[in-house]
Design a binder for this molecule. Structure first.
Ligand SMILES: [Zn+2]
Length: 361
């Protein structure tokens, strides 16, 4: 019950964050928020907790009470303990919130990102044109005036993708300025609500960025005329822009090892590797903070090849418990077919499979 409530609240947080005047929460509340509030009240009465009195209080709960709080009691095998839905510094949906909101039949935010990319792919007509557009989106989560005159700007690409951008929301502005993380390129906000004085190296804890995981040697970039800038939809910022760095690192590793790849049709960053000597091998690239939710999502469909290497960033896979949580959440039958790896481990892992295959023969 608590897990279901946690997911419903994740969806509420995502929906409310998309409504501009996030902090006003005036009555009457949006229907979805009122329903989530009612469900929380019922749940609290069931477990003998004092219920929240208002939507602002419920929002605060989403910021301070984590998945493993007795209120939700989400098992650690599903969501990493300590995960909150609203970021304590950014006061925006956390990446985990978007992942939790995507868990379930309709696929939530991830499905939204895929639908947008699917439409783009259809509009582009050719795979090559689509990949060009997708690369542009991944490299330009925010487009400002300077970009339009910069190198590599393509009018043709922009005309196809500009509908996927919108104005910068007020909630991402500080003193009428917009901050961009130099590492992931996504929106950033200072902890104390003031534009930080540039004094590298900035302490990561001073600043929140949508990527959440960035190490910052440099202060955020400042966009002084935010009304001239456009920002990519949230679902694509999280599920297209973030994994793109890992996709490029994985492809570089394969290129260096002389392993050819062929892009697979469809919106996903997925490739089939050529002549690996171990049957058909695909790679799929993700950047997800919740390994068990990723594994559950992958188990929903039949693997696209004999082996699918699921590439995630090295920093994530190296984290305590990440690999185990991923593997434990896979059905036993799929564990040898869906293998978690990273850009650094990708080529060595392929070598290991080849040796195993030879050993078996
Ligand atoms: Zn960042």
């Amino acid at each position: 019950m608590g897990s279901e409530l946690f997911r419903e609240l994740a969806r509420m947080v995502v929906a409310l964050a998309d409504i501009q005047e996030l902090r006003s929460f005036a009555l009457p509340y949006p229907g979805l928020a009122q329903r989530a509030l009612d469900r929380t009240v019922m749940h609290c009465l069931d477990i003998g907790e004092t219920p929240p009195r208002s939507l602002p209080e419920l929002w605060e709960w989403c910021r301070t009470r984590s998945a493993d709080d007795p209120l939700f009691a989400v098992p650690a095998s599903l969501v990493t303990p300590g995960t909150t839905l609203v970021h304590p510094v950014g006061r925006m949906p956390t990446r985990s919130c978007l992942e939790v909101a995507s868990h379930g039949q309709d696929g939530g935010v991830v499905a939204h990102a895929r639908a947008l990319l699917g439409d783009l792919e259809a509009r582009c007509g050719t795979g090559e044109r689509y990949r060009k557009c997708r690369r542009f989106l991944a490299r330009h989560p925010v487009v400002d005036q300077r970009d339009r005159f910069g190198p590599g700007w393509s009018k043709d690409v922009w005309s196809r993708v500009k509908d996927l951008y919108g104005p910068l929301p007020e909630s991402l502005l500080v003193d009428d300025k917009f901050l961009r993380c130099p590492s992931c390129g996504l929106p950033a906000l200072p902890r104390n609500g003031a534009v930080p004085v540039p004094r590298p190296p900035a302490i990561a804890a001073d600043i929140w960025c949508e990527g959440e995981e960035c190490l910052r040697g440099n202060p955020p970039e400042l966009i002084r005329e935010p009304d001239q800038a456009r920002i990519l939809r949230r679902s694509l910022r999280t599920f297209l822009v973030l994994p793109h760095r890992t996709e490029e690192a994985a492809r570089e590793a394969l290129d260096r090892a002389g392993i050819d790849q062929e892009a697979l049709l469809g919106p996903l960053p997925a490739y089939r590797l050529r002549s690996t000597g171990i049957g058909t091998v695909d790679i799929q690239v993700y950047d997800r903070l919740q390994p068990a939710l990723l594994a559950t999502h992958l188990s929903d469909s039949t693997p696209s090849a004999d082996r699918v290497l699921v590439v995630v960033p090295d920093e994530l896979a190296g984290r305590d418990g990440y690999r185990n949580a991923f593997t434990d959440a896979l059905p036993a039958l799929l564990r040898h077919r869906l293998v978690l790896t990273t850009p650094v481990n990708l080529v060595p892992d392929l070598g290991r499979f080849r040796r195993e295959e030879k050993g078996d023969a």
